[in-house]
Every structure is written in structure tokens, then in C-alpha cells.
Design a protein around this ligand. Structure first.
Ligand SMILES: NC(=O)c1ccc[n+]([C@@H]2O[C@H](COP(=O)([O-])OP(=O)(O)OC[C@H]3O[C@@H](n4cnc5c(N)ncnc54)[C@H](O)[C@@H]3O)[C@@H](O)[C@H]2O)c1
Ligand SMILES: O=c1ccn([C@@H]2O[C@H](COP(=O)(O)OP(=O)(O)O[C@H]3O[C@H](CO)[C@H](O)[C@H](O)[C@H]3O)[C@@H](O)[C@H]2O)c(=O)[nH]1
Length: 322
């Protein structure tokens, strides 16, 4: 089968593109390189440097489906520049859906997020929980989910939105390198590499056992498995929404301690003010993904996730020095 992967020069999209290639599929990556890297595109994928707003130029009926990763995704930036997020994430997806309709491509897998829920009333979070995003990033992703529901009902699109919790780890040559980096695990690894003096802990007065925020970390390769399953599960006229997480939460301090154990580095930490828009606890119920997709994550161990991320961070920093 032939697939269009938007955002396939980025972290998650490049890992999923790699999995599609390994499963024997043909892959075209469409990416404007706004936050992605040309060298992140897996060998064997065709690459188009372009914007999702112009997807109509490249989409045709030879594509079985679109896997849509292209978006801006920094929570903090979305609070200060919401218009940038509405324009790219919502405006861009609107153009992409129109191009798919025009070309007769009737299947979509979309990268949604736990940020659509906001501060949860109950954990683990189920897909029927209230959606009250605490930042514009989450609001734009929720708006796209609604847009997709309408597209499925009105025009027969078969779609799956995957609401990722905290993605981490690496797969082969593909890994996490956001620029600037804002995610916890790669930042703590930068401290271990001596590229940063200390890690800032954003708030230690949350209502959690050690006072720091709790998140559900999921290995990017387990996430990729879910995308391939979603391609099979998508049914015309239906929009399925699935959380993807391991159902177990780790505090910021537990993550830092795990990085100490994996890297053998002491990792100094400093307590800093809370970061705006951060819910205290985000942990997924992935029962829907297990039931409807047949998803069965196998890499839930946090130390294993960190070890893979560490190996990747060491490799790209060696490459940077050469
Ligand atoms: N990383 C996470 O923890 C996480 C969690 C939940 C959801 N998500 C979602 O998963 C997706 C991928 O995230 P990521 O961490 O890989 O981010 P990333 O920034 O590494 O990748 C996004 C890619 O999309 C490209 N892009 C952005 N706007 C574009 C446009 N208009 N046209 C073409 N290309 C464009 C960027 O150049 C980049 O390569 C995003 O939609 C994000 O919101 C990520
Ligand atoms: O230097 C840092 C960086 C992060 N944190 C904390 O570590 C936790 C995890 O933060 P990340 O930035 O790694 O991840 P988020 O939980 O903020 O966000 C991620 O997961 C969300 C859903 O859970 C969204 O999907 C979003 O796109 C994705 O980046 C948060 O409590 C954050 O405050 C720190 O204490 N110090």
C-alpha cells in the first residue's frame, strides 16, 4: 500500500514512516521542515518538501491513506502565540482534508493528544472524559478531532484519532530532537551529557505524592504499532478516538531518578515555578486501543524507554561533533 505521512521528518512521524517501510509499504513524507529534519526522513521513503496547506499538489487516488503528524506542538509557545497554532494545526488540517476529499483518499490516522482533556476529573482518563484543554495547543487538536468527526459523518472518511500521552524513546536511526527542546526526558539527558548544568523541576507543590507532575510515558515504537493497527481498523464513515499510554504514571522526580540510574550521571535538579497550562496528573486508560485496535504495548518499562532515548541522544551528539 502507498501512504502519505505528513510531518514524517519529525520525531513520531519518522518512526511511524520507518515502521510502514519495514512492513513493506510505499511511503511519501510531506514535511515543510519547520521543526523537522531532512535527515530524519527514513531511507526508502520519498520526500516532498512542502506544506500541508498545499497537499492538493501531491495527493492523488494512488494513496490508500494519510497519516497526519504535521503540527506545531509546544504547549508553552501555544499560550503566547495561539494564532500560530490555530493557523497551522487547524487551518492546515482543513486544507489537508479538502485535498483528501478531492483526491478520493478516504482514510486518515491523526495525531491527537492527551492535552485535549485538560485537567482530568478522573484518572486513568477514558475517551468519554470531558475535554477542556488548558492551553491553545490542546484546543487546536480538539478542534481537529471535531473536524474529523464531521468529515467522517458527512463525507464517509474512515478515521482514527490517536491521543498520545507522553511519547519517549527512540527507534533505530529515528529519535527525539525538537529544537528548541522542551520535553522532560531529552532535557534531562542533555544534563547527563553535560550540555546543561541542571534540570529545572517545574513545580514541586502539586497534589501528588512527591509534589511533581505525573505523566504516562509511552515508547515511540509501541506508538508506531498502534498506527499500523489503526490503518486496518479505520472504517468508512466512522471516527474512532483512542488514548495511547501505558496506564502507569511517573512523577518528574521519578523520571529524573530513572535517568540517573540509566546514565550513571548525578543530574543536579533545581525547583522552578510551575509551567503554565500543566495538569498535575495525566494517565491514560488505553482500554479502547486494546479492544478496538488489538494494540498491546510491549515496551512499557520506563528504564528501557530512557535507555533507548539515551542511546539516540549519544549517537546524535557524536554525529554533531564530527
Ligand atoms: N511528542 C509528543 O509527546 C506528542 C504527544 C502528543 C501528540 N503529539 C503530536 O504528534 C505529532 C508529531 O509530534 P512530534 O513530537 O513528532 O513533533 P515534531 O515537531 O518532531 O514533528 C512535526 C513535523 O511536522 C512538520 N510540520 C509542521 N507543520 C507543517 C506544515 N504546515 N506542513 C508540513 N509539515 C509541517 C514539522 O516540520 C515536523 O517535521 C504532532 O501532531 C504532535 O502534536 C506529540
Ligand atoms: O525542563 C522541564 C521540562 C518538563 N518538566 C515537566 O515534566 C512534565 C512533562 O513535560 P513534557 O514537556 O515532557 O511533556 P508534557 O506533558 O507537557 O506534554 C506532552 O504530552 C502532552 C500530553 O500529555 C501533549 O501531548 C504534548 O504535546 C506533549 O509534549 C511536565 O510536568 C513538565 O512541567 C519539567 O519539570 N522540567
Amino acid at each position: 500500500m502507498k501512504y502519505l505521512v505528513t510531518g514524517g521528518a519529525g520525531y513520531v512521524g519518522s518512526v511511524v514512516a520507518q515502521h510502514l517501510l519495514e512492513a513493506g509499504h510505499e511511503v511519501t513524507v510531506l514535511d515543510n521542515l519547520s521543526t523537522g529534519f531532512r535527515e530524519g526522513v527514513p531511507a526508502g521513503a520519498a520526500f516532498v518538501e512542502g506544506d500541508i496547506r498545499d497537499a492538493a499538489k501531491w495527493l492523488d487516488s494512488s494513496y490508500e491513506a494519510v497519516l497526519h503528524f504535521a503540527a506545531f506542538s509546544q504547549v508553552g509557545e501555544s499560550v503566547v502565540k495561539p494564532e500560530k497554532y490555530w493557523d497551522n494545526n487547524v487551518g492546515g488540517t482543513m486544507a489537508l482534508l479538502a485535498a483528501m476529499r478531492e483526491a478520493g483518499v478516504r482514510k486518515l490516522v491523526f495525531s491527537s493528544t492527551a492535552a485535549t482533556y485538560g485537567e482530568p476529573e478522573q484518572v486513568p482518563i477514558v475517551e468519554t472524559a470531558p475535554t477542556q484543554p488548558t492551553n491553545p495547543y490542546g484546543a487546536t487538536k480538539l478542534a481537529v478531532d471535531h473536524m474529523i468527526t464531521g468529515e467522517a459523518a458527512a463525507h464517509g472518511l474512515g478515521a482514527v484519532s490517536l491521543r498520545y500521552f507522553n511519547v519517549a524513546g527512540a527507534y533505530g536511526a529515528q529519535g527525539e530532537r525538537h529544537n528548541p527542546e522542551s520535553h522532560l526526558i531529552p532535557l534531562v539527558l542533555q544534563v547527563a551529557q553535560g550540555r546543561r548544568e541542571a534540570i529545572s523541576v517545574f513545580g514541586d507543590d502539586y497534589p501528588t505524592p512527591d509534589g511533581t507532575c505525573i505523566r504516562d510515558y509511552i515508547h515511540v515504537a509501541d506508538l508506531a504499532d498502534a498506527h499500523l493497527l489503526a490503518l486496518t481498523a479505520a472504517q468508512p464513515g466512522e471516527h474512532l478516538i483512542c488514548n495511547l499510554g501505558n496506564g502507569e504514571g511517573f512523577s518528574v522526580r521519578e523520571v529524573i531518578e530513572t535517568v540517573r540510574q540509566v546514565t550513571g550521571h548525578p543530574i543536579p535538579e533545581v525547583v522552578a515555578p510551575r509551567r503554565g497550562g500543566d495538569p498535575a496528573v495525566l494517565v491514560a486508560s488505553a482500554a479502547t486501543a486494546r479492544e478496538k485496535l488489538g494494540w498491546n504495548p510491549t515496551r512499557a518499562d520506563l528504564a528501557g524507554i530512557v535507555a533507548d532515548a539515551w542511546e539516540f541522544a549519544q549517537r546524535i551528539s557524536t554525529a554533531r561533533e564530527q
